[in-house]
Design a protein around this ligand. Structure first.
Ligand code: ADP
Ligand code: MG
Length: 425
């Protein structure tokens, strides 16, 4: 690949200054591949894992197009819409737009659930240049005409595969029907199952396909190993491992939210500073947990997949799979939290006899036989009591259209995957 710098894209001076300030010198492969096409007004279909720099890949062309074209925005209207699957990801994208667009005087508005909608409506009432949001709340505001996208010139769907997992596709299809046909779009995903390919086909016009690194590949810089350990012994082993000061900043993944809370409590009991991050926490509590982890106040973040997806914290030394995920791709995403930006990282997995099939699937996907750190590989797997769906998810019934406070004309919400409330002791 040719050596190049951001200077080569011909970006506006304030954007270049912001990039320099952020320490961005050389574009990552997805940025090298996608930015020139974005700047040329082409639609982009990007296939890349998390941590590859997708945000700037779609943000910079949009900012460049808006630089020097300050329009007077209509009330509640936006010129660009970026959809992300979780609030944390939306916040990160919003911050990146603000960072790189700092000198352009643009209005960037965040539209996510879990926080009051009145502040968001007030911001939209002055019109926006860029809206970054999650599908549920975006559709909610669209239904009440407090978010209007019929003049939207740029549309980005980020992490389409996670959107699919979370059941957001029906919402997305509805949102898309309100976009003008003349627009520039981009879709990013780590995988391209048939549903996503189909959505992309309807969404993108003659797209340029940009692919970097196969999903199955785990960065070679990550040392991976597995401890064969009985479920009941896992917490003790975790405490023992985390006593090692080499675990300067560790993310521990559990399968359930209750599990995350329990493990964090246990660690705190063992005088290891830990905080949990999952979907049952309020937006503020989640942000506090992330801030504590980023600042180093908490050395360990215990998280579920959905909450930690795409979370970008630099300097994560270790990722511990306290429980193995049943989708092998999740393993790849999880360990991608470490070894960012060329750093080295360590991934440790705990595997009990019921999880052996998951380990086998992971090894098959990554093509790497994991080094055994302790215990012995069970000769055969114990039967798994496999839940029909992820244990943190239940299908919630649709609210009746006449629910108190429902706006006239607002469509009733479809049944949606919702995170189940866990009782924390
Ligand atoms: P993705 O969306 O693919 O998961 P991000 O856009 O969140 O990746 O980028 C991952 C991290 O890498 C972020 O901390 C981002 O600031 C940093 N980063 C992205 N591109 C560059 C670059 N060209 N130079 C330096 N750091 C970068
Ligand atoms: Mg991203």
């Amino acid at each position: 690949m040719t050596e190049m710098n951001f200077d080569a894209f011909g970006l506006a001076t304030p954007i270049l200054a912001a990039l320099k300030h952020a320490g961005f010198v050389k574009p990552t492969p997805i940025q090298q591949g996608a930015i020139p096409h974005g700047l040329a007004g082409k639609d982009v279909l990007g296939l890349a894992q998390t941590g590859t720099g997708k945000t700037a890949a779609f943000a910079l062309p949009i900012l460049q197009a808006m630089a020097g074209h300050k329009l007077h925005n209509r009330r509640f209207s936006t010129r660009a819409l970026i959809l992300a699957p979780t609030r944390e990801l939306a916040v990160q994208i919003e911050q990146e737009f603000k960072k790189f667009g700092a000198g352009l005087g643009l209005r960037v508005v965040l539209i996510v659930g879990g926080v009051g909608r009145s502040g968001q409506v007030a911001r939209m009432s002055r019109g926006a240049d860029i809206v970054v949001g999650c599908p549920g709340r975006v559709l909610d505001l669209m239904n009440t005409k407090e978010l209007i996208i019929d003049q939207c010139q740029f549309f980005v769907l980020d992490e389409a595969d996670r959107m699919l997992d979370l059941g957001f596709f029906p919402d997305i299809r509805k949102i898309v029907t309100h976009l003008p046909t003349r627009r520039q779009s981009a879709l990013f995903s780590a995988t391209m199952p048939a549903e996503i390919a189909k959505l992309a086909e309807g969404l993108l016009h003659d797209p340029v396909r940009v692919t970097v690194a196969a999903v199955a590949s785990t960065p070679a810089r990550i040392a991976q190993s597995v401890h064969f350990v009985e479920g009941a012994q896992k917490r003790e082993l975790l405490v023992q491992l985390l006593r090692d000061p080499a675990f300067t900043r560790a993310i521990v993944f559990t399968r359930t939210k209750r599990g995350a809370d329990r493990v964090a409590l246990q660690l705190n009991g063992a005088k290891i500073s830990a905080t949990s991050l999952h979907g049952n926490l309020s937006q503020n509590a989640r942000q506090r947990a992330l801030d504590a982890f980023k600042s180093g106040e908490a050395r360990v973040l215990v998280a579920t997949d959905i909450a930690a997806r795409g979370i970008d914290v630099s300097g994560v030394s270790h990722v511990v799979n306290f429980e193995l995920p049943n989708e092998p791709e999740s393993y790849v995403h999880r360990i991608g939290r470490t070894a960012r930006n060329g750093a080295e990282g360590v991934a440790v997995a705990f595997c009990d006899a019921t999880e052996l099939p998951y380990l086998n699937q992971i090894e098959k996907l990554t093509g790497i036989k994991m080094q055994v750190a302790s215990g012995t590989r069970p000769a055969q797997a114990m039967p798994v009591k496999k839940p029909q769906r992820h244990p943190d998810m239940v299908v919630r019934k649709a609210k009746p259209a006449t629910a108190p406070g429902a706006k006239l004309g607002a469509k009733p919400r479809r049944p949606q995957y919702q995170e189940k409330r866990a009782k924390v002791a």
